[in-house]
Design a protein around this ligand. Structure first.
Ligand code: AMP
Length: 291
């Protein structure tokens, strides 16, 4: 598994082949890192691959557009699929294995088991996208069981998802370490996302209100504002400067429980989901009041 950095990852499409290869890697005492993705890879994904490369000997990147985490009327059918380019990108950062299972390989006939996480999966995305986290937790547990990694890497971009996975791994005694890596942004602040590809140039410009409103929340806290309702209201004003922006939620919550906070007394997560021209974007920022 000591591929030079420019060689393509080994493409594996069956669970049986994946297990066989990884059994060999494990026998050599090597550490395995897993980066689960839905493809259309960008620098955000690649930052997770680099984090895995830095501490594991064999990095497995899964590419699978998981149907069970999409609700009716969501973008499953038009989700970008760019396998060739993804493999090129993975070659550049030296991932050893690309696991690209076919649908029938993942949800086999008769599949009837689902992972349902409580509490942290319920508010915010859980409320807006019923069944989403059930699909996410199920596919991630399946991937963890298929790969058996020592470490699995997730982005803070999907903050709630990372908390849901942490909860599941803790509750179900899954023997893996979970790492949460920082959000990678475009130079102008927009968080990288595969869904940014849907944005027209005008919507792309308007979408900057998300990171601007998070930036404002940080500034207000730095200036001493401690009232979460006031901060959320000011964030809302920034978002609504973008024509046709539809706000799913803007929330200031406890970063561990995701319960709403009234007064900012410690680390707080500002998080939001906004539709710009029918593209649903999410972003968040951890805010730390100075004492
Ligand atoms: P996805 O392909 O959207 O399911 O994302 C796969 C992983 O990449 C998830 O753990 C995401 O949180 C992470 N990710 C997506 N966008 C970013 C970003 N801009 N910065 C860091 N990680 C990201």
């Amino acid at each position: 598994m000591n591929n030079p950095v420019t060689s393509h990852p080994k493409l594996v499409t069956s669970v049986a082949q994946l297990r066989e290869i990884l059994a060999g890697v494990r026998r050599e005492g090597k550490r395995i890192g897993l980066v689960p993705t839905m493809g259309a890879l960008h620098e955000g994904h690649l930052s997770l691959v680099r984090a895995s490369k830095a501490e594991c000997d064999c990095t497995v990147v899964s590419i699978y557009v998981n149907p069970s985490q999409f609700g009716p009327g969501e973008d499953l059918d038009r989700y970008p699929r760019t396998l060739e380019a993804d493999l090129e990108a993975l070659a550049c950062c030296g991932a050893e294995l690309a696991f690209v299972p076919a649908d029938g390989e993942v949800y086999r006939a008769g599949h009837a088991t689902w992972v349902e996480v409580g509490s942290v999966a319920e508010p915010l995305e859980g409320r807006c996208r019923p069944g989403h986290f059930r699909g996410v937790a199920t596919i991630v547990l399946k991937l963890l069981n298929m790969v058996g990694p020592n470490v699995a890497y997730f982005g803070q971009k999907d903050y709630q998802q990372a908390l849901v996975i942490r909860r599941m791994v803790e509750d179900l005694d899954v023997p893996v370490e979970i790492r949460i890596c920082p959000i990678i942004r475009e130079p102008d602040g927009l968080a990288l996302s595969s869904r940014n590809a849907y944005l027209s140039p005008d919507a792309r410009r308007r979408s900057l209100v998300l990171c601007k409103s998070l930036h404002l929340a940080g500034e207000l806290i730095d200036q001493g504002q401690r009232n979460a309702r006031v901060i959320a209201q000011r964030m809302r004003q920034v978002i609504t400067t973008a024509e046709d922006a539809q706000i799913d939620y803007i929330a200031l919550v406890d970063p561990n429980t995701l319960e709403p906070v009234d007064e900012i007394t410690g680390p707080t997560l500002a998080t939001l989901a906004v539709k710009i021209e029918n593209t649903r974007l999410i972003d968040n920022c951890l805010l730390e009041p100075k004492r």
